[in-house]
Design a protein. Structure first.
Length: 190
């Protein structure tokens, strides 16, 4: 990779800092794609690939809009992400039978919490412009609303219950992120 980056730097005149940013972005993309491919192989082998897609799509849409908990190391991220998918696919739909009419109030609460809390990250980053924040909040609300509409239309879908639990678990981890950020901020002030 260093050879390619040196060639790109020489060809286009990028600074060392810009090359570091490119390496960082490419590494992040490689890590995320590799995790998704491994998860796809696992859930394909366990005959849960459709459930995986019904978990991955809303999770990716919500995480890119509202953020949440992030691990610092590849393997901890891999294990947490795998646990997340395993729980929403194999555990929650099996052990908790949610009445169809209870789904909608729960999703409404999740949409409101996601709107009020997100976007958030534990990392100290500059706060985006209000218009960008507002757009991300609206888009996260729309994702949850779309899941609710799909569940309403296809009430007996075992796949959409996975999407429901994905939204719920995302909202829980988003709330945990908010609490951790507040604790971290208060520790700095003390």
């Amino acid at each position: 990779m260093n050879y390619i980056m040196n060639k790109v730097q020489a060809e286009y005149g990028y600074t060392d800092y810009q090359i570091k940013l490119i390496k960082f972005a490419l590494t992040g993309i490689f890590y995320d794609v590799s995790k998704l491919l491994i998860f796809m192989v696992y859930f394909f082998a366990t005959e849960k690939i459709l459930e995986f897609f019904f978990a991955a799509i809303p999770m990716l849409l919500l995480r890119t809009k509202t953020g949440g908990l992030h691990c610092k190391k590849y393997w901890s991220c891999f294990l947490v992400s795998f646990a997340y998918f395993y729980i929403v696919i194999n555990v929650l739909p099996v052990i908790i039978n949610v009445h169809p009419w209870a789904i909608y109030p729960v999703l409404l609460i999740c949409a409101i919490v996601d709107y009020l809390i997100g976007p958030i990250s534990l990392k100290d980053r500059p706060v985006p412009e209000k218009s960008i924040l507002h757009k991300a909040k609206i888009q996260s609300f729309q994702v949850v609303f779309f899941v609710a509409v799909l569940i309403f239309i296809f009430q007996d879908s075992r796949y959409l219950i996975v999407s429901f639990w994905t939204v719920v678990l995302h909202t829980i981890q988003l709330s945990i992120t908010k609490i951790l950020k507040e604790v971290k901020r208060n520790e700095k002030l003390a």
